[in-house]
Design a protein around this ligand. Structure first.
Ligand code: SF4
Length: 321
C-alpha cells in the first residue's frame, strides 16, 4: 500500500536532508524566492528565471531562517552538510554572511554554499562566504560569448570580471573550493575551450574540479548532456583534481525515502501535476520534490510534458509499491 508523503508544512526555508551526490545527507537552506537569480541558465532544472538581478537584498528575514534550521537540528536526523542552495542564487541574500556565522555558533556540521559564483567579484560577497566550509561555484567557460549563451546572464555581468573575483576569493578563503564545470554538448565541450578553461582554473586553484552534465530535465531542450567518453577526456585534460560527479547512492535506502517516492508517484498516477501543486499537496519543498522527480523519471515511472507554458509530470506506469 502506498503511504502519502510526510507532511512538512513548517518547512519554509529548509528541505531534506536530501541525498546529494557530493554532500551526503544535505539539509538544504533556501533563502531566495523561486528563480531570483543573476543567471537564466539553459540547463536550469528549475525552469526560467523570474527575476534576473544582481541586487543584494534581505530576500527572507534571517531570524525565522535560523529558527527553522535550529529546529531541524534538534530533531537529530542525520545531516552531513548544511547547504545554502535552492530556488535562486543564495549570494543575492545580503545577510548570508550573518546566517553562516550564526549557524557556525550553533552547530559543528559543516556549511556548504552552492553558488553560480557570478557575484564573487563583489568584495562584500567574498567576505560573506569566508566562514563557509565549502563553496561550490560554477565555471562553465572562459569565453564571454559562450558564457552568455549558457547562462543568459544579467547584462552587467562579464566572465572576465567573475574570474578575477574567483581568484581574489581564493586568496582570502581558507575553506574548500569545489569548482563545478557544467558541460553541455556542442556548446562548451570542445577541446580548445577546455584548454582555455584549464588556464583559468590553474589561476583559481580550486581544491577540486567537479565535472557535471545535463542529467536533469533542463530549462531548454537543446541543452544536451555530453557522453561519458567526453567527460573522461575532459577529466584527463583538467588533471588530477578533476572528478566526474556521479549520482549519490545511499548504501541503504531509508524507508521514509521510499515512502516519499511512492507517495509522490501515487499522486502523479492520479493526474498530471506540476511541481508547484505537488509542493502544495505534500508540504515538501520544491527542491526536495525535484529529487524524487529525477528518480521517477530515471526509472521511467513518469514523464514530463508541457501544456499552457507549464511543465507537468504524468505517469507512465504504476509505482513500485
Ligand atoms: S542553474 Fe542555478 S544559476 Fe543557473 S539559472 Fe538555475 S538557479 Fe540560476
Amino acid at each position: 500500500m502506498v503511504k502519502p508523503p510526510r507532511k512538512k508544512s513548517s518547512s519554509k526555508y529548509t528541505y531534506g536532508p536530501v541525498p546529494s551526490r557530493r554532500l551526503g545527507h544535505s539539509l538544504g537552506i533556501d533563502i531566495i524566492p523561486h528563480k531570483n537569480c543573476s543567471f537564466d541558465c539553459i540547463y536550469c532544472q528549475l525552469g526560467k528565471t523570474i527575476n534576473k538581478t544582481v541586487v543584494r537584498e534581505e530576500y527572507a528575514p534571517v531570524e525565522p531562517i535560523l529558527d527553522e534550521v535550529r529546529t531541524v537540528l534538534k530533531s537529530k536526523v542525520q545531516i552531513d552538510y548544511l547547504t545554502f542552495s535552492g530556488s535562486g542564487e543564495p549570494t543575492l541574500h545580503k545577510r548570508i554572511g550573518y546566517l553562516i556565522n550564526e549557524l557556525k555558533k550553533t552547530t559543528e556540521i559543516p556549511i556548504a554554499v552552492l553558488t553560480n559564483g557570478s557575484l564573487l567579484y563583489m568584495p562584500d560577497v567574498r567576505n560573506d562566504l569566508r566562514n563557509a566550509d565549502v563553496v561550490v561555484p560554477t565555471l562553465c567557460t572562459a569565453d564571454q560569448k559562450v558564457f552568455q549563451k549558457i547562462h543568459r546572464n544579467h547584462a552587467s555581468l562579464d566572465i572576465h570580471k567573475i574570474i578575477e573575483g574567483y581568484i581574489e576569493f581564493r586568496m582570502i578563503y581558507k575553506g574548500k573550493i569545489w569548482l563545478e564545470v557544467m558541460l553541455i554538448k556542442g556548446i562548451n565541450d570542445g577541446t580548445d575551450q577546455i584548454n582555455e578553461l584549464k588556464i583559468v582554473i590553474d589561476r583559481i586553484i580550486p581544491d577540486k574540479i567537479h565535472l557535471n552534465t545535463v542529467v536533469r530535465p533542463p530549462s531548454e531542450e537543446y541543452a544536451h548532456p555530453v557522453s561519458q567518453e567526453t567527460l573522461q577526456n575532459i577529466r584527463r585534460i583538467l588533471g588530477e583534481k578533476c572528478e566526474i560527479v556521479v549520482d549519490f547512492k545511499p548504501k541503504t535506502i531509508a524507508a521514509e525515502y521510499t515512502d516519499q517516492l511512492n507517495g509522490i508517484a501515487a499522486i502523479i498516477a492520479r493526474r498530471p501535476i506540476t511541481i508547484d501543486d505537488l509542493a502544495k499537496i505534500t508540504g515538501l519543498h520544491k527542491n526536495e520534490i525535484l529529487k524524487y522527480i529525477q528518480v521517477l523519471l530515471k526509472k521511467d515511472v513518469i514523464e514530463k510534458s508541457r501544456h499552457d507554458q507549464k511543465e507537468y509530470y504524468r505517469t507512465l506506469r504504476g509505482s513500485d509499491d
